[in-house]
Design a protein around this ligand. Structure first.
Ligand SMILES: *Cc1c(COP(=O)(O)O)cnc(C)c1O
Length: 443
């Protein structure tokens, strides 16, 4: 069967297909580097399974209280091995990434303590957790204060200001690895290590937590390999490998992980309790697949970046840069491009491809957001997905894809839609050359 005919039947013109092939040919070396990282991570995970003697019996969960859930306990040892930490909490009772982060923060902070973000504003949904925006149950309501030091205009750390912000009350520092819904750069593991060393030099007792969402297995080491006391993430992103139907993890020093377990479950109960029902097999198998799934997503992100850069759009990261997470931001400068991109991603999905996403208010977000996600797991963003907050600079945040052929198709579909809508011309260049003052200020 002729591949061009297959694409044609799915609405991709020969010109768009050929253009994609040309772009891909220029990415061979980048992809080879990603494959090498994937290989290292695959073997790291395999060793953790073998060293902990993961057995058939571990794949079945428990019910009720979940006492003696050997599969749950072994999985937590596997996570601790992969992250090189003393302990880990990996649970279906952790409902999402925000919940995992909230649990890690609320369990380790006490009234009178202060939380510092030395990397600027945290992810939108954390604003209400912290109380940056008023919300019932926030850290602020419990008398926990918050301080923030923004990144420098070039995306670097503002060490003098961080040093000033650290004070007697600072108990915890939160470091977001990924860009989230911002155009600031994602942080490399190396730079996270430098930041943590700087902070620990001033006060070794400060708990350094890293929001690792979207970063897992993009590099060969994790934040806990460079001094992070806690590393937190969602299982419907990278480490769930697309199979975990829910869940989150908190890996780190045992005293901090234990606090998190007391908060998640109950004081006095902690890690001993929490039935895993039928999710363990998917947690194990998803983790095992996570490096190759992450690689597919990463290759897709770079492919998209290269196409849209050549078209004349601003992208973050740039396609030649080293990636530290799987998020690709493409800046369209108006809502029309964001919407056309997201609608094409939806149309490329295996599930719900026939529905049309539109911008709408979302819990936890302060502006309308358009979200494209035709996924097997509801809201899973390790599956091919795109979100765009409808606010300047009108960036689309694109991520995921369980297999590279699928991400490739999704990206070609976006290009086709932008061409069809006249946002990109037949030479694959952007049509509007609208100047937006926000753009020139991007790091
Ligand atoms: C996704 C994400 C979160 C929150 O995760 P949810 O599962 O959506 O609650 C937090 N921080 C970052 C950087 C994220 O990407």
């Amino acid at each position: 069967m002729n591949i061009k005919a297959v694409y044609h039947d799915l609405g991709i013109s020969e010109a768009v297909f050929n253009y994609g092939e040309k772009i891909l040919a220029g990415l061979a070396e980048r992809f080879r580097e990603i494959d090498e990282v994937t290989e290292i991570n695959q073997l790291k995970i395999l060793s953790a399974f073998q060293n902990n003697q993961v057995s058939e019996a571990h794949l079945n969960g428990t019910t009720g209280y979940g006492y003696n859930d050997i599969g749950r306990d072994a999985l937590e040892r596997v996570y601790a091995d992969i992250f090189h930490t003393e302990d880990a909490l990996v649970r279906p009772q952790i409902t999402c990434g925000t919940h995992a982060l909230a649990v890690a923060l609320m369990s380790n902070l006490r009234p009178g303590d202060e939380l510092l973000s030395p990397v600027g504003k945290p992810y939108d949904t954390l604003e209400k957790v912290i109380g940056i925006r008023e919300a019932p149950g926030s850290l602020k309501e419990y008398g926990i204060t918050y301080r923030q030091v923004d990144l420098l205009p070039d995306g670097g750390f503002d060490f003098p200001e961080i040093s000033k912000a650290l004070n007697q009350k600072t108990k915890m520092v939160t470091i977001q690895r990924s860009r989230g819904y911002q155009t600031r750069p994602s942080l490399s593991i190396q730079s996270i290590g430098e930041l943590i060393s700087f902070i620990k030099n001033i006060n070794p007792d400060v708990i350094c937590m890293v929001d690792n969402c979207y970063g897992e297995f993009v590099e060969t080491i994790e934040p806990t390999d460079v001094g992070a006391d806690l590393c937190v993430g969602s299982l419907i992103k990278n480490p769930g490998g697309g199979l975990a139907p829910l869940g989150g993890y908190i890996a780190g020093r045992s005293e901090y992980v234990e606090q998190a377990a007391y908060r998640l479950i109950s004081p006095g109960l902690g890690k001993e309790v929490g039935a895993s029902l039928d999710v363990l097999r998917s947690f194990y198998q998803g983790l095992f697949l996570a490096p190759t799934v992450t690689a597919a997503a990463l290759k897709g992100a770079i492919f998209a970046a290269r196409i849209y850069e050549k078209a004349g759009f601003i992208t973050r990261p740039l396609s030649h840069e080293t990636y530290h997470d799987i998020i690709q931001a493409i800046i369209f400068e108006d809502a029309e491009g964001v919407i056309a991109f997201c609608q094409a991603i939806q149309a490329a999905a295996p599930v719900d491809s026939h529905v049309t996403p539109i911008p709408a208010p979302m819990p936890g977000y302060e502006c309308p957001v358009i979200m494209a996600s035709g996924s097997f797991i509801s809201g899973s963003s390790i599956e091919l997905s795109a979100d765009g907050p409808i606010r300047p600079p009108y960036a689309v945040y694109f991520q995921g894809g369980l297999t590279f052929p699928h991400v490739k198709f999704g990206i070609l579909k976006t290009l086709q839609n932008l061409v069809d809508k006249g946002i990109v011309d037949k030479g694959f260049r952007r049509v509007s050359s609208k100047e937006d003052k926000n753009i020139s200020k991007l790091p």
